[in-house]
Design a binder for this molecule. Structure first.
Ligand SMILES: [Zn+2]
Ligand SMILES: [Zn+2]
Ligand SMILES: [Zn+2]
Length: 321
C-alpha cells in the first residue's frame, strides 16, 4: 500500500471520529433534558426516552473509542489491522441497548397492570419533544452524508439510529399533546412501553451484523460479486481463481484467494499480476486486505475448490502431459 492511500485511509478515520463525536454531543444534551423533564413532570415515556438516549450515549463513547482503535494501522500485536474493535464495540452496544429496553418494558408493564400513572402533560415538555425531533433530523441527515463519504458502518449506524429518534421524539410530541387534550394518563405508560420495544428491536439490529463479523461470516453476496467482477477482468492472465474466502472486520474486508497460473509463469510476473489485482479491488473497496496464493496449472480444480466456494475461470489450462 502506498503513502497516498495510507493518508486517505487516515483522513477517513478522522472524519468518522468527528462524526461519532457530533452524534455523542447532540444525544447527550437531549438525554439530560429528557431525564429532567421525565422526573419533574412524572412522564414515564419521556424518562424512558431519556434513559434510552443515555444508553445510546454510553454506546457512542464505546463506539468512539472503538472507531479510534479500528482506525489504527496494523501493528505487531494486530497484524490484520484493528477492524474487529468495531465489531466488539457493536456487541457491547447491543447488549446495553437490550438491557435498557428490557428494563423500560418491564417498568411500563408494571405500571399498566398494577400501577396508576399520574403524568403532568406540561406545555414545556411537549415543546421540548418537538425541538428534540428537529435537532435529530438535522444531525442525522449530516451523519448519513458523512457515513456515505467515509464508508463507515459505525457512522451509518449512528445516523440510522438518530433517525429512529426523530420518530420517537415526534411520536412523544404527538402522544403528550393528545394526552393533554384528552386528559388521558395511560397514553404515557403505553408510549413508554413502545419506546422499550423499539429499543429491543434496535438491539437485535446492532447485534446481528456484529455477531456475523466476530464469527467470520462471509461478505454480503453483493460485495463478493463486485469483488469477483474486479478480479475477472484479469481473466486472460490466469487459468482460474478458487477458494475465495472473505470476511469483514469493522469497515475492513479481508479476502484470500488461490490464483492458478501457467506453470512457466515467473515469480516476478505472477507477483506483478497479484499487485494489479490487489489495486483493482482496493479501488472498488478502499479498506480491503487481500492475500493471493499462487499455484501452477495442475492445481486447477475446475469447480472452485471446496464446495460453496467461488470459481473465477480464466484462460483454459494447457492440456496435462
Ligand atoms: Zn436510541
Ligand atoms: Zn488452491
Ligand atoms: Zn508484493
Amino acid at each position: 500500500m502506498d503513502e497516498a492511500e495510507d493518508r486517505l485511509r487516515q483522513q477517513r478515520g478522522r472524519r468518522r471520529i468527528v462524526a461519532v463525536a457530533v452524534a455523542l454531543i447532540s444525544g447527550g444534551t437531549v438525554s439530560v433534558a429528557e431525564i429532567v423533564i421525565g422526573l419533574v413532570f412524572r412522564l414515564d415515556s419521556v424518562l424512558a426516552e431519556g434513559l434510552h438516549t443515555l444508553a445510546d450515549m454510553l454506546d457512542s463513547v464505546v463506539a468512539l473509542l472503538a472507531v479510534r482503535q479500528a482506525a489504527r494501522p496494523p501493528d505487531r500485536s494486530h497484524p490484520f489491522g484493528h477492524g474487529k474493535f468495531e465489531s466488539v464495540a457493536a456487541l457491547v452496544e447491543g447488549v446495553v441497548i437490550a438491557a435498557t429496553g428490557g428494563g423500560i418494558c418491564w417498568s411500563a408493564f408494571k405500571t399498566l397492570v398494577w400501577g396508576q400513572p399520574r403524568p403532568e402533560f406540561s406545555g414545556a415538555a411537549i415543546a421540548a419533544m418537538a425541538a428534540a425531533a428537529v435537532l435529530y433530523l438535522i444531525v442525522s441527515t449530516w451523519l448519513a452524508r458523512e457515513a456515505k463519504q467515509t464508508a463507515s458502518p459505525t457512522v451509518y449506524a449512528e445516523a440510522a439510529h438518530l433517525r429512529t429518534h426523530i420518530y420517537i421524539t415526534g411520536g412523544l410530541f404527538a402522544g403528550l399533546w393528545l394526552g393533554r387534550a384528552l386528559a388521558w394518563p395511560w397514553v404515557d405508560s403505553l408510549m413508554a412501553l413502545a419506546v422499550g420495544f423499539a429499543l429491543l428491536k434496535t438491539a437485535l439490529d446492532v447485534l446481528k451484523p456484529a455477531f456475523g463479523q466476530l464469527t467470520d461470516q462471509a461478505l454480503p453476496d453483493a460485495d463478493l460479486k463486485a469483488i469477483v467482477q474486479e478480479l475477472r477482468q484479469f481473466g486472460d492472465e490466469f487459468i482460474e481463481m478458487h477458494r475465495v474466502r472473505s470476511r469483514a472486520a469493522g469497515v475492513e474486508r479481508h479476502l484470500d484467494v488461490h490464483l492458478v497460473v501457467a506453470p512457466e509463469t515467473t515469480v516476478r510476473v505472477a507477483h506483478e499480476l497479484c499487485d494489479r489485482m490487489e489495486r483493482a479491488v482496493a479501488r472498488r473497496f478502499p479498506d480491503t486486505l487481500i492475500t493471493i496464493h499462487v499455484e501452477p496449472a495442475e492445481k486447477a480444480t475446475g469447480d472452485g475448490g471446496s464446495p460453496g466456494q467461488v470459481l473465477i475461470a480464466g484462460q483454459p489450462a494447457a492440456p496435462k502431459r
